[in-house]
Design a protein around this ligand. Structure first.
Ligand SMILES: Nc1ncnc2c1ncn2[C@@H]1O[C@H](COP(=O)(O)OP(=O)(O)OP(=O)(O)O)[C@@H](O)[C@H]1O
Ligand SMILES: Nc1nc2c(ncn2[C@@H]2O[C@H](COP(=O)(O)O)[C@@H](O)[C@H]2O)c(=O)[nH]1
Length: 216
């Protein structure tokens, strides 16, 4: 357990949080998510299910649960998703899994999901949700990144560019907005947001017993 409630310790027990990164496709949220997961043991990725085919290098169960349309239908019927949405003509969803129990234990979850999923998570559990919208420095740079990634066809890149303005229009629904120009600078800001949110008084469930003991 990363947290305890011993008065000698500088970390008190706290509730976990659901940390959402959204952006137009290609702005860099997957890159930032991987950096965060590699540098922080207290956060784990909420692995989404999707009906889109895997890209080169993507691993089933690690990057996504790649499922058929029929399997996705079945999960929807069984109420197996926390949230789900149509994105770029495919379906994506957050499996319910053990998120609620994990939050109680102080486990944080990282979500790489779009604005529709973000709205649904807020409706279900506002107090545990922290959302960050990543903006590209310009639309030309966004196009350059999508092309340089070389994982999608020209047609797919063009359709994602066409959707970019509509996605960016949701920026004001997020708690934080960060521009991803220099990736290291952007990552530092995202990590600072996560660290500060962990310290929020309302998340620190160990504070009441600690203060009680402190006051004798
Ligand atoms: N600050 C940056 N400067 C230059 N290139 C970047 C920067 N951030 C990310 N990239 C590159 O841009 C490309 C797109 O990044 P990434 O795949 O992380 O985007 P994304 O927002 O997750 O896209 P999608 O929603 O399609 O999954 C990648 O090749 C990545 O290496
Ligand atoms: N609402 C949800 N959106 C999701 C989920 N998983 C991913 N996404 C978003 O889809 C697009 C496209 O992703 P890509 O990997 O195909 O490039 C991107 O905006 C993701 O954030 C989910 O579970 N729910």
């Amino acid at each position: 357990m990363p947290h305890n409630s011993s008065p000698e310790s500088d970390t008190l027990h706290r509730r976990g949080l659901m940390f959402i990164l959204s952006s137009p496709s290609g702005a860099g949220k997957t890159t930032l998510s991987r950096m965060l997961l590699a540098s922080d043991e207290e956060i784990s990725l909420s692995v989404s299910a999707t009906t889109r085919p895997p890209r080169e290098g993507e691993i089933d169960g690690k990057d996504y649960h790649f499922v058929s349309d029929e399997e996705f239908d079945r999960l929807v019927e069984e109420d197996g998703f926390y949230e789900w949405a149509h994105v770029f003509g495919r379906r994506y969803g957050t499996p319910k899994g053990h998120i609620r129990e994990g939050l109680k234990r102080g486990q944080d979850y990282l979500f790489d999901i779009d604005w529709q999923g973000t709205q649904q998570l807020y409706q279900k559990d506002q107090q545990d949700t922290v959302s960050v919208f990543i903006l590209p420095p310009s639309l030309d740079e966004l196009h350059r990144r999508l092309t340089a990634r070389a994982l999608d066809s020209e047609e797919v890149v063009n359709s994602r560019m066409e959707r970019a303005r509509a996605e960016i229009s949701h920026w004001a629904e997020y708690d934080y907005v960060v521009i991803n120009d220099d990736v290291d600078e952007c990552f530092t800001k995202v990590r600072e947001i996560l660290h500060a949110e962990r310290m929020k008084r309302t998340r620190q469930t160990g504070l009441i017993p600690f203060v009680r003991e402190l006051m004798g």
